[in-house]
Design a binder for this molecule. Sequence first.
Ligand code: ZN
Length: 147
Amino acid sequence: MDSQCQVEFRKILEGQRQTLIQKIQQKKRELRAEKTKRTFHRSDDSSDTVSDGIAESVQDEIVVALIQSMSDELHKIDNALWRLERGGYGSCSECGEMIAERRLQLLPYAARCKKCQEIHEAAAEQNERRQRDEFNLFDDSDSNSQS
Ligand SMILES: [Zn+2]
């Protein structure tokens, strides 16, 4: 990859980084505002807090998960910028092969080539499925004990 290309990718990454930081800050502010509002609401009216509380905490979890995934993305972008700085940008972190430029255009912070990414994702998915199965197990036993 020539230096002209690297400059282009750096520009894209810096732009994405700024956008992402702003989004994360905005979401964090929303979360804090929601929590403050709720505290006031609770002290006003305590009659319906149980069902409200559940719905709100699910909403919070979604926002927290969103912030988490955006932070992960930010981390990947930082990593890519670091590799642009130190060298190694554009080559796969697993096998060392050059990552196809078309792939980098779609995903400038890609750290793996397509092949290694697919292997990595398959492993992650398997892991996730295993966790989900355990979770479902708890879910089932919960509903059984209730009825
Ligand atoms: Zn690879």
